[in-house]
Design a protein around this ligand. Structure first.
Ligand SMILES: [Zn+2]
Length: 254
């Protein structure tokens, strides 16, 4: 089976609240692979245990990766947010990223996948340098990075299932808009990364839209129209994007 590759990423994992558990149940039931972006400084013990159990049960269907350090916002300006980047020094960014990585390794051990997602998708050259220097295999923001001299695999999530109001508060898109955004990205070829925030699910209507989209992905996968992968699959395949083209080959896997 071949076909376009999609990955699913849920950010801001630190508490196993009702929305996370409900969506996770659906992912598990339909064997949909998911990348969970865990906030190291905020993840509570029960949530960490839940995630570890889930990963032990189905290691090929879930990646536990690092989402920043504490999800702080260092921006002084409304309309822009960042924990990494924004001209913060290499030393400060290194310190925070390393603290986060040590917590992830201590908490999840071998179950941790060395990938880094910057909060608010904020990053600069120093961030990318630290990502390489700390030996992360994957970097995933909201846009592509210039890959010159980088060792990591760049896997941006170009499709967001959330909308943001003028104050930056996240909402959940309508199902038809989610599908339209994904289709647009699939047409471009390469990998279509899809990011959502379970915390943005506030109403039953939001939940219905999210579930409909996840079921749609599972159906598309079952029909052989797409393949759904996690970061570990790309690491195993030594996946590379060179000059905007895919150079590595993704194994079909399980
Ligand atoms: Zn976040």
């Amino acid at each position: 089976m071949s076909g376009p590759v999609v990955f699913l990423r849920d950010d801001d994992i630190f508490k196993a609240d009702a929305a996370l558990l409900e969506l996770d149940l659906l992912l598990e039931k339909h064997l949909l692979p998911i990348v969970y972006g865990v906030i190291p400084d905020r993840c509570d013990k029960e949530t960490a245990s839940m995630l570890k159990r889930r990963k032990q049960k189905a290691p090929d269907l879930i990646d536990l990766v690092q989402h920043g350090w504490a999800h702080n916002n260092y921006s002084k300006y409304a309309g822009s947010k960042f924990e990494f980047g924004g001209g913060r020094s290499y030393t400060k960014q290194h310190e925070d990223m390393q603290k986060g990585r040590l917590v992830m390794q201590k908490t999840f051990g071998q179950l941790f996948t060395p990938a880094f997602i910057p909060p608010f998708h904020g990053f600069d050259d120093n961030t990318l340098k630290v990502v390489d220097d700390l030996g992360f295999s994957v970097f995933s923001a909201g846009r592509r990075v210039m890959m010159a001299e980088r060792k990591f695999i760049d896997l941006p999530a170009l499709v967001s299932l959330n909308s943001y109001d003028s104050g930056g508060a996240p909402g959940v898109l309508e199902f038809s808009d989610m599908v339209a955004k994904l289709r647009k990205c699939l047409v471009l070829g390469g990998v279509s990364g899809v990011v959502y925030h379970h915390a943005a699910v506030k109403t039953e209507h939001d939940m219905r839209n999210m579930k409909r989209f996840l079921l749609f992905l599972a159906q598309e996968r079952d029909r052989g129209h797409i393949r759904v992968k996690i970061f570990s699959d790309f690491i195993k395949a030594k996946y590379r994007v060179t000059a905007g083209r895919m150079a590595g080959k993704l194994h079909n896997g399980a």
